[in-house]
Design a protein. Structure first.
Length: 248
């Protein structure tokens, strides 16, 4: 009977562990709190966000935005899309004020909510991964970093979810999102008592590809070479997009 690759890798030597002190706020969580705290003059709830959105979307010449699984188009002000990305603005012009984002409605809401309110309410890793990829497609580093600032603490607190990893590895190019998942994955994989989590991950269906396992092995080797093992896994600052070239 063939062994699962997860079962094989779980027996690999783990980097030495060190004892932890009482839990403190991680750098990623601190960034998350700063990033998601509403400004004093901005809406602070999804209900208010909808109200502000409905007013803004009364623009006389909105862009008709299509998302996956929806027959209807959603009107979005062209000025709002143009403020996010030159590439989006050009696509709106070329498409005659019609735009297909090729993401699910929930991810579309994450994007528009960030543009309007500077906050991200979504917590599901798979939707956040899709939102990060949306930012890569349309070259919006600021949005990608905002998403990553929410995604990393979620992955550290609740372990990485297979659905989010599958989304990242469904993309052709290597990019920071894959590197993020691979390193946090390697960290969690070498923690004591990881067996229950890896078993659950197998059932949920991780990407069974050479690229995925190659990235994890590389991440494990990097982790083993660190002079001091991190307390909580990856450092968010290492996985933020500096410019468009970082996503290539």
């Amino acid at each position: 009977m063939l062994e699962s690759p997860l079962s094989t890798l779980s027996r690999s030597p783990s980097p030495p562990l060190r004892m932890r002190s009482a839990r403190a706020v991680t750098p990623s969580e601190a960034t998350l709190r700063r990033d998601t705290s509403p400004m004093h003059d901005e809406p602070c709830s999804e209900a208010k966000l909808r109200r502000v959105t409905s007013q803004l979307f009364a623009e006389s010449t909105p862009v008709s935005v299509f998302v996956l699984g929806e027959m209807m188009a959603y009107p979005v002000p062209k000025t709002l899309l143009a403020s996010a990305s030159d590439k989006l603005e050009a696509a709106c012009e070329e498409g005659g004020n019609m735009l297909n984002l090729e993401v699910r409605y929930d991810t579309f809401k994450v994007f528009v909510g960030r543009l309007l309110q500077r906050s991200i309410f979504e917590t599901r890793q798979s939707r956040l991964a899709e939102a990060w990829c949306l930012g890569q497609t349309w070259e919006i580093p600021e949005f990608q970093n905002a998403v990553m600032s929410v995604l990393v603490p979620r992955a550290q607190a609740a372990k990485i979810k297979a659905k989010a990893v599958r989304k990242a590895y469904s993309e052709v190019r290597p990019f920071l999102l894959k590197a993020t998942f691979a390193m946090q994955f390697a960290f969690d994989w070498t923690e004591p008592g990881h067996e229950a989590w890896t078993t659950s991950l197998e059932k949920d269906g991780y990407p069974n590809t050479i690229e995925f396992f190659g990235d994890i092995i590389t991440a494990m080797q990097m982790l083993a070479q660190l002079p001091l093992r991190p307390d909580w896994g990856i450092d968010l600052a290492d996985y933020l997009v500096r410019d468009a070239m970082d996503t290539a």
